[in-house]
Write a protein that binds this ligand. Structure first.
Ligand SMILES: [Mg+2]
Length: 235
């Protein structure tokens, strides 16, 4: 393992607009279901690419609680599956990421929708035991009731993983971004990079963001010094 990627969940990999629809069960219409399907399908493409590099270790570190990552994946999948008749395939095909070469490749959406748990099995299998909750780490390691501040959890993940190339990905300026700056000083022997995601409430923005992230993935991983990237555009 030579690269450790630590993803935030809410608004980084998983836009709040999907959680809103899951929680409120409103706004179920062709547009929303199509956009949610695109975002989740793109997530499969991105994670598939990252996973196929055996040098990558993928981790989620979240300030959410009570198995929210697992629950939100399962619920997003259910939402797509139940409302699959609403998916606009023209829009879907226009906006999904189309990798040039991918092996093993992600099946076509039609095929995925014939297997009820494909999405959740795929994503949960990738992250496997590597979904960390701030409140649980804080309780176990420090007997503290901290639930939001990720500093100790990030510090812990950097300590237990003997990997020197670390990429921290998140949308929060005061949480992941701020702590990365401190961790760069603390772990001077490691290369630690922060990638800023936008917590945009707009579906299309999220889809563009996924696309640029996918395009720049290798550049970000291979960038050879500690750095704070507030956009995906790397010279
Ligand atoms: Mg977040």
């Amino acid at each position: 393992m030579t690269n450790l990627l630590i993803f935030d969940w809410d608004d980084t990999l998983f836009p709040a607009l999907i959680s809103d629809i899951i929680i409120k069960e409103t706004s179920i219409n062709e547009n929303n279901i199509t956009f949610i399907t695109i975002i989740i399908y793109n997530l499969l493409i991105i994670m598939n690419k990252l996973k196929n590099n055996i040098n990558n270790k993928l981790v989620i570190l979240t300030a959410s609680r009570n198995n929210w990552v697992e629950i939100s994946i399962i619920n997003a999948e259910k939402l797509i599956y139940t409302n699959r008749h609403l998916i606009n395939y023209n829009l879907f095909n226009k906006l999904i990421i189309k990798p040039q070469t991918e092996s093993p490749y992600i099946p076509e959406l039609n095929h995925i929708l014939t297997q009820k748990n494909f999405i959740s099995n795929f994503l949960l299998d990738i992250f496997n035991k590597n979904i960390y909750y701030v409140n649980i780490l804080e309780k176990e390691l420090l007997n503290s009731y901290e639930t939001f501040n990720k500093y100790n959890s990030l510090f812990y993940l950097l300590l237990i993983n003997k990997i020197n190339n670390v990429i921290i990905l998140g949308d929060s300026i005061e949480n992941e971004r701020y702590h990365t700056i401190k961790l760069i000083e603390r772990f001077s022997h490691k290369i630690i990079k922060f990638i800023k995601f936008n917590n945009s409430k707009n579906h299309i923005d999220k889809i563009h963001e996924q696309y640029s992230f996918f395009i720049h993935l290798n550049n970000i991983i291979n960038f050879d010094k500690s750095y704070i990237f507030d956009s995906f555009y790397i010279n």
